[in-house]
Ligand binder design. Structure first.
Ligand SMILES: *[C@@H]1O[C@H](CO)[C@@H](O)[C@H](O)[C@H]1NC(C)=O
Length: 196
């Protein structure tokens, strides 16, 4: 009768494994559902997946997650641009464009921080003003990123610049996704269930 404990153990393992799979699948649905309003869905799911269980089905939490992740990636790209500038390998027109990029990313970061501040203290009484501000600031951040790209237009024959364009484009896609998540929040409202 030594087989019984083994069987029990296996059963416990199986149950915990299945529970895990189910919880995971449910979380996955949350992020997929949230990302369904975005333009770059795969990127959205990839970058926001780990918020699945905490954000659940709350549009305000997804909007916040979207803006937080955007801030993180803007900071990464900003550091990368600063490093490029410091290395001084870009010359002439590209060097000017790079300086403009660093400046644009500074503005974008400010606008995104303002946005996160609003998302942290949403209120019913000022909701529509808040949504207007968010739309203004995130759109401005998107414009700043595009301005950076414009400086390098037609310059994509150099590897270093191709990579820069790729990274800036990527962050602009992430910003666009954040804007979509905020717009989703604006249309659904704070809802009747206990916020936050
Ligand atoms: C794009 O952003 C995502 C999410 O932050 C990141 O994981 C990925 O490495 C980035 N890709 C490029 C090409 O920069």
């Amino acid at each position: 009768m030594t087989i019984m404990p083994h069987l029990m153990f296996m059963l416990v393992l199986l149950v915990s494994f299945l529970t895990n799979v189910m919880v995971h699948a449910k979380g996955n649905n949350n992020v997929r559902e949230a990302c369904s309003v975005t333009r770059y869905r795969n990127l959205c799911v990839h970058s926001l997946a780990h918020f699945s269980s905490t954000a659940g089905t709350s549009p305000s939490k997804w909007a916040r997650a979207g803006v937080s992740v955007t801030i993180g990636e803007v900071k990464n790209v900003q550091a990368y641009l600063a490093k490029l500038k410091w290395q001084g390998s870009m010359k002439g027109r590209n060097s000017v464009a790079l300086t403009d990029c660093v400046e644009s990313f500074g503005y974008a970061l400010d606008e995104l921080h303002l946005s996160l501040g609003v998302l942290r203290k949403l209120s019913r009484s000022t909701f529509s003003t808040q949504m207007g501000d968010l739309n203004t600031w995130i759109s401005a951040a998107l414009t700043d990123e595009d301005t950076c790209l414009d400086g390098f237009k037609g310059q994509n024959y150099q590897r270093e610049i191709q990579l820069l364009q790729k990274r800036v484009q990527n962050v602009s896609y992430i910003t666009s996704n954040a804007l979509a998540l905020v717009n989703k929040l604006a249309t659904t409202g704070l809802g009747s269930i206990n916020y936050p």
